[in-house]
Design a protein around this ligand. Sequence first.
Ligand code: GAP
Length: 453
Amino acid sequence: MNKSPDAQRMEKIVSLCKRRGFIFQSSEIYGGLSGCWDYGPLGVELKRNLKNYWWHVIVHERDDVVGMDGSILMNRAVWKASGHEDTFTDPMVDCRSCKARLRADQVIEKKGGRQCPNCGGKDLTEPRPFNLMFKTYVGATEDESSLTYLRPETAQAIFVQFKNILEVSRKKLPFGIAQIGKAFRNEINPRNFTFRSREFEQMELEYFCRAEEGTKLLDYWLEERLKFYENIGIPREKLHARKVPDEESAFYSKGTYDIEYDFPFGRQELEGVAYRTDYDLSQHQNASGKSLEYFDEETKQRFVPHVVEPSAGVDRAVLALICEAYSEDEAPDEKGKMETRLVLRFHPRIAPIKCAVFPLLKNKEPLVAKAKEIVDLLRPHMNVFYDESGAIGRRYRRQDEIGTPFGVTVDFETLGEKDAALRDTVTLRERDSMKQERVPVKDLPRILLSRIS
Ligand code: GAP
């Protein structure tokens, strides 16, 4: 069967990710581990740039948000109080024919009844709840008393530290606590590359407020988050704010939006923005017996704050960035013949490498020395890459393929051999337009920094 253009595009993206060192299968030499992925040298830079930018926008640029970094293992009581132990489940169905374990929403519904998507079999069990939390034991005894879970979301650490952080930060409502960290879910069917993984990272903000501010802040944060994705290079027309119907959202929620992106495998959730009322803090207050109230100095009232939560998946955003950046166009090769050029059109802000530096020829010492001087000039400001091997056109292509937005070439004019006026100037090439301009070496940090942010 012929694959659809979107399926082919996704295959090319997965293969590029491996070939150029963005994302590898975890434990690959042992056959992998389903739902787990490793980020290679370029992937880790991309992911870090995304997380740093989120932290910058959410924490550093604001007066009303502070950060924290909670532990992955927490007291089991947290997961009882939050409701995860009893209700963090997906409905699961077994196929008795091929033994596949399926999420109930993957079962094909046909007129003749339900069908297994793997083997077409119709002998399926009724759906039953499957808890997605990974169990583990803390300490040397493995029994009920030492049982806990790897956290399935980072949010709960924020709720249980609410009082401590309120006291040390002396913030007034509305204010937020932000966190980036790993989360684990034993997904029944991990799929679509890194989209649904068993180990992943979240960037979560819990923005605490008064009850009467909740609905307005939900709209405010939805808009802020949409702007964030635009600022990292995902156009608004590929983003969709889906209002989650009441019957799909948690019973305590007073409004939830899913921010979705048009992946090659369909429109899927990148982030949830939810008005969770005072449910989480109240649950922990009741279960722990410790007050999680806020005291309003002006009105002299004590109350449990409400919360609006924008909760984003790091890995899903990275995947969206790669899918969005992937493009093929036509460019001339060394002999002027047109060939297909593969380009990752990352926004310079999140590109793993910002600038590549090339001496025109590797066997001309003055060119090499000058190029290395430029690397030293730029390195304190950005991630740079030095490459001297192969024809210059091939070196450009290699950088295009990993999304490096700028290339600097040191040639004989840089040495002032042809025209003294051009001494200490270089060509600066822009990845997408492939346009080249001549700029003084001393201006490079300023020019590049202004174009990166
Ligand atoms: N604290 C709220 C919360 O965790 P969620 O909608 O379950 O809400 C938030 O998760 C985000 O975390 C999702 O929008 C998604 O980006 C990411 N996420 C959730 N499960 C994931 C998985 N299995 N693999 C990758 N990312 C996931």
